[in-house]
Each structure stands twice: as structure tokens, then as C-alpha cells.
Ligand binder design. Sequence first.
Ligand code: ADP
Ligand code: MG
Length: 352
Amino acid sequence: MSAITLSGLRKTFGSGKDSVRAVDGVDLEIADGEFFSLLGPSGSGKTTVLRLIAGFELPTSGRIRLGDQDVTKLAPFRRDVNTVFQDYALFPHLRVFDNVAYGLRVKGVAKAETVARVNEALETVRLTGFGDRRPAQLSGGQRQRVALARALVNRPRVLLLDEPLGALDLKLREQMQVELKAIQAQVGITFVFVTHDQAEALTMSDRVAVFNGGRVEQVDTPSAIYERPATSFVAGFVGTSNLLPSEIAGGIVGQKATFSVRPEKIRLVAADHEADVEEVVADGVVEEISYAGSTSRVSVVLSSGPTMTVLRQNGPVLDGEPTPVPGSRVRLAWGRRHAVRLPVDDFTKIDD
Ligand code: ADP
Ligand code: MG
């Protein structure tokens, strides 16, 4: 059964010419126990969708179901969901234990059960023994885990997380990504996770919905989103992509359609390399090489016009593999199956 079903969901803020269509017709089914991410740039409507599911906002139109219950107009506290925000929103004057216990006390859960459940939640987030500390005595990562425990202690059917790792530095964030995923697998609760970070969404999720301008452009597994982007927006937002507009692709790929090719699928080959039937080649001139330790990014201006980015492993040099230097002529080759065909008239520019 689906944990969450969104049908024709719309939310407009304000009215007249100042109105903003934050959510513009979203249909989604999120399965029970799924780690599901809403990924998109700032302003694409992710938080609004989360707030609609939680009940903090009412939709302009459309319906929201949790399990088999229509909750579209239900008050937030009557929905079986909990939300974890980026800024933790812990009570600074309360001990960790009391922060986590808060919701249970409000609900009038018996004292012994409260103690047992709070301790269990603290154990789940690996904060056993931290119950007496105040939020100010914790690191950022620990505070975020308290916020998580405070939500988990209610044993909601669905946990909504709005950029919960956004305030952490990169190392800690990567560590928390792994932990959060493990916790989700352990508790088996459906997680709806909002992020603008594509690497984070790909690492953590069972499935990802890519948002753009209040709409969903693609819903799929991380590898399908990356390997088979449905639109040029997805190709450009998730990872780096080389987009070949149709008039250029006609000459290179042999089909007049927009194509996307990932930088790591492209090889630099010798100038006399002959393409086999499975392969596409294109000639150009190296413009720039940017070194990043294990890899280098090589930008190559094709003789047909566009600039292609090639990701190169800085491993052992293969026989006959040319060493690129700025200004040198090179031949690029990639497998036909790595050129992903996009909808014909779809050539959105990604600006960031
Ligand atoms: P995201 O979380 O993807 O960054 P949001 O859902 O916060 O996007 O916002 C989507 C759009 O709706 C933005 O243009 C934002 O400015 C607008 N918006 C969000 N909340 C409100 C509000 N309460 N009033 C007016 N506009 C809002
Ligand atoms: Mg947001």
C-alpha cells in the first residue's frame, strides 16, 4: 500500500498579479517504508509540498492521502506524520531527555512508557547517555540527532525531513547521510526527505522526485535519474551533463534530437581512432583542464560548436591515450547507449 498519495496538488500563495504558484500540479505515490527524496533548486516547491503533507498549509486544489485516509483537510496534529526541520528547533532550556519526551508528555503517555520510549529513541540515534545534557552542550550533528529522536519517539507512519543536514559541514553531513539511511532502514518508517543537494539525494534515496518550478520532472531510482534523465532540466541539475542540441546531434549522433551525455562516459582517444558501430566520435580542441586530484575535468570545444566536459580518471595512462594540453586537437568517443535522447523541443538552460 502507498504511505502517501498526492493527486493534482496545487498551492498558490497570494492573489492577482502578485500570486506565486509554489506547487503546480503534483502527482506522487510514495510507498510504505520508502526513503523518498524531493530534490530541486531553491524555490522549486519542495518545502511547500512537505508543509502540505504535514498540514501546515492547505492546498489550493488537489488531494492528499496517508495510507487509505484522505487527510487533505485534517488538522496537522491529527495526521500520522512528524517533521524534522533544518534548524532543529530544540527547546534550549530543556535537557535532551525532556526535549525528546515533550511530545509524549503532551499526549499524556504514562511515565514509565515515556522513559522507555525516550531511551529507545536516544539509542536509535546513538545518543544513549546524553539525556542530561542541554542542546548548547551538543555538537551540530548531535543536536540534529536529538531532533530526529524527538520525531521518532512518536512512532509516526511518515517522517518528513526538510533539509535536515543543511546546517552541517560536508564531512559531518556525509557521515549523517549514512547514519540517517541506516536509521530509516532500522525503524522502517517512510521518510520524505527534502534536499537541494543532488549527491545527497542520490546517495540516500530509494526513489527521487526532481522538482522544477512547482512541478515534478521525473520520479525514479537514483541510478535511473542519473543514467536516463527524462528532461534536459534533470540532466543538468543532477550531475553534470553535456547537452547536444538537435542540429548538432544530427551531425554527431546521426539523429536530430536533443541528447545528453555524462562527462565520465566520454573518452579521449587518438586522433586516428576509428569509431565502431556502437560508438560515436567527435573532434575538437582542448580549452581548459581543471585538476581535482583523482580526476580532471577537460573541456573540449567541438569543431561543430558546443563545448563538452570530459571527466578523466587520473589513473595509469592507457596505451595510445593522448595526454590533453590546452590548445591540442583531440578526438572524443562515447558509446551510443550513453547518449540519452531527451524530448525534442526540450532544451532548458540551467542557471545556477
Ligand atoms: P523550496 O523549498 O523548493 O526552496 P518553497 O516551497 O519554499 O521552495 O517555495 C516555492 C515558492 O513559493 C517560492 O517562490 C517561494 O517564494 C514561494 N512561497 C513559499 N512559501 C510562501 C508563502 N508563505 N507566501 C508566499 N510565497 C511563498
Ligand atoms: Mg525549502
